[in-house]
Design a protein around this ligand. Structure first.
Ligand code: DC
Length: 225
């Protein structure tokens, strides 16, 4: 039911996924990472040799697109593309920029809308993304717009990639994050923006524990949990 849902939107690297996952665990909700779905479409485009920003090349792929999502015993959201587990592959840095490009295509967004809404009909969800409070779950019981200074977001993202054993240069990541924010904020369809009824939470000076406490207080107050 949408009214019990929690929508968390914000720019890349604001801590959405870490916080949304922790919040869901705390409340016994299902965490749905919608960025992973766009990333899977981007991977499909790359594998087909399609330019992710070109609707004429990406749209024909949608009809045959076989994307599935499930939660293994580990509680982690696994993404499957044509039956293949691509949970790790979609985290490649190159896929981040490509995901932002396919996400700007209206046909891709329309195609994924029902897929996302179904999750909120079937479960109590904490869903994170860019347009959850504005478009996907406009009736969500709590909407949070999570942000942080670009430098703080780039620092976290650099660390995250390095911890995964991937090469990551802070200055390059900062540039990529700025370009992605610009693209996500300025697209004509479902741009990244704070919903009017969303609460703004800036995590620049908060650590994970402090951010989670702030979120829990907010959510419990709103949903009377
Ligand atoms: O959250 P993320 O970094 O995994 O998302 C990857 C890209 O997908 C992001 O740059 C924009 C897009 N996206 C979107 O447009 N709408 C969403 N609800 C989630 C992600």
């Amino acid at each position: 039911m949408q009214e019990r849902s929690i929508a968390i939107d914000g720019p890349a690297g604001a801590g959405k996924s870490t916080l949304a996952r922790a919040l869901a665990r705390e409340l016994g909700y299902l965490y749905v990472d919608t960025g992973a779905i766009y990333r899977t479409v981007a991977l499909r485009a790359r594998e087909a040799g399609a330019d992710p920003g070109d609707g004429a090349q990406v749209e024909p792929l949608l009809a045959g697109l076989d994307i599935r999502m499930d939660y293994g015993g580990d509680g982690v959201q696994h993404m499957y593309l044509s039956g293949r587990d691509v949970t790790g592959a979609i985290r490649e840095n190159e896929i981040s920029g490509m995901a932002s490009k396919v996400a700007a295509l209206p046909a891709v967004r329309a195609f994924l809308l029902e897929f996302q809404r179904k999750q909120a009909r079937d479960h109590d969800v904490v869903m994170d993304g860019r347009d959850i409070g504005t478009v996907v779950l406009p009736q969500a019981g709590v909407k949070v717009f999570l942000t942080a200074a670009p430098e703080a977001r780039a620092r976290r993202r650099t660390l995250e990639l390095q911890q995964r054993g991937q090469a990551a240069d802070f200055d390059e990541i900062l540039r990529e994050i700025a370009a992605r924010d610009e693209q996500d904020r300025n697209r004509p369809v479902a741009p990244l923006r704070q919903a009017e009824d969303a609460v703004l939470l800036d995590t620049t000076d908060l650590d994970l524990k402090g951010s989670l406490e702030a979120l829990l207080t907010l959510v419990r107050g709103r949903l009377k949990l």
